[in-house]
Design a protein around this ligand. Structure first.
Ligand code: ATP
Length: 363
């Protein structure tokens, strides 16, 4: 089922939780709503579900306005962060629940319920836990059961609100791969809310970046990563160093440093910001006349295959919004760091890779 969200807005008192949000979601798509805490992701999901009403705008399911359709009749399945499994019911009964409460006439027979629940438990690879109670499951297992329960009634739309938010990093990683595979099998139109950019980029067909109640960008994971629409998007998708300078005739001028502007930068003779990710900085030992940002290595932390370098810009380095406290973060392969022999306190030169710099005119 396709979903159209048209100019939806929502206020709580004076607070604008959603401002004129429009989105088209194709049938069978897996869409991630990504953004910082409080940007309106859950509110939008609840409006799609019919658990909350919008102040303005409309939601269409397969072209039909849902405004007056009760949540019960929307054919929507939910999975929330805090697994709402029934504690006094076994796993089997939890998954069977939605089938048992169907109105008489639509309710499947006991044999059909058994077959359906068994199939679903196999689908989520937990059929061996059918007789357990929720308290006897791990967090990851509970979320898979919650998903099986949501799928039991064959929803046309699946809404997941931070489904793996309460789990530890390793389990989250496993479950998101699993969710992607499951979606590829079932093709139920699905929307999941997350504030974890890695989760959104890894799992979704398309990512919707939200900020302060508005949509900043919609695109495939690669589109939003390679062509961020705004500094907000760029910054939200990963760590970033920000430098302040001036764009002038295809070059970016920062105090003491000049680099060729990347191709997308059309800024001409205007104050500009340059944004660079830590792994898009080249780092070398300082030598007189070196071209680049001169900075002192204040700390180096090796985390597995990566060395994270914290550098203090020296006088004459480009201005950074953090002022006195600003540090430059660079990431290089741990192997390269070991071979370089860089020592804390040493002066280094940092150069942004031109093609990887994101430039925006200062407002
Ligand atoms: P999080 O990632 O923290 O869950 P979110 O992006 O899902 O955040 P929402 O839960 O949609 O954000 O909330 C958006 C804003 O609306 C927040 O500032 C929140 O405090 C406010 N809000 C949400 N529900 C209500 C409510 N029932 N009454 C008043 N304010 C609300």
């Amino acid at each position: 089922m396709s979903i159209e969200i048209k100019n939806v807005s929502k206020r709580f008192g004076d607070f604008h939780a959603l401002r004129d949000v429009s989105l088209d979601i194709a049938s069978g798509e897996l869409l991630a709503l990504l953004g910082p805490s409080g940007c309106g992701k859950t509110t939008l999901l609840r409006i799609i579900a019919g658990l909350e009403t919008a102040d303005g705008g409309s939601i269409l399911f397969s072209g039909e306005d849902t405004t007056d359709v009760h949540v019960r009749d929307r054919n929507v399945g939910f999975v929330f962060q805090h697994y709402a499994l029934f504690r006094h019911m076994t796993v089997f009964e939890n998954v069977a629940f939605g089938l048992r409460v169907k109105p008489r006439g639509q309710r499947p027979s006991e044999a059909q319920i058994k077959a359906k629940v068994t199939d679903l438990l196999k689908l989520v690879q937990l059929d061996w836990l059918a007789d357990r109670f929720p308290s006897q499951l791990s967090g990851g297992q509970r979320q898979r059961i919650a998903l099986a329960r949501a799928l039991a009634v064959e929803p046309k739309v699946l809404l997941l609100d931070e489904p793996f938010g309460a789990l530890d990093a390793k389990v989250r990683k496993e479950l998101r791969r699993w969710l992607r595979r499951l979606h590829d099998e079932l093709h139920v139109t699905s929307i999941f809310v997350t504030h974890d950019q890695e989760e959104a980029l890894e799992v979704a067909d398309r990512v919707v970046l939200m900020n302060a109640g508005s949509v900043e960008q919609v695109g495939s994971p690669q589109e939003v990563w390679d062509h961020p629409a705004s500094p907000f998007v760029y910054g939200f998708l990963g760590d970033v160093n920000t430098f302040q300078g001036r764009a002038h005739r295809g070059e970016l001028h920062f105090e003491g440093v000049q680099i060729d502007a990347p191709e997308h930068a059309h800024v001409q003779d205007a104050p500009a910001f340059a944004y660079v990710r830590p792994h898009d900085l080249d780092v070398q030992r300082y030598a007189p006349g070196a071209q680049g940002i001169v900075a002192q290595l204040s700390r180096a932390i090796v985390v597995g295959p990566i060395a994270r370098l914290e550098l203090l810009p020296t006088e004459g380095s480009p201005a950074m919004p953090g002022g006195q406290d600003a540090i430059i973060e660079a990431q290089i392969p741990a192997q390269q760091f070991r071979e370089s022999g860089f020592r804390e306190g040493e002066t280094l030169v940092v150069t942004p890779r031109r093609a990887r710099v994101f430039v925006k005119e200062a407002a």
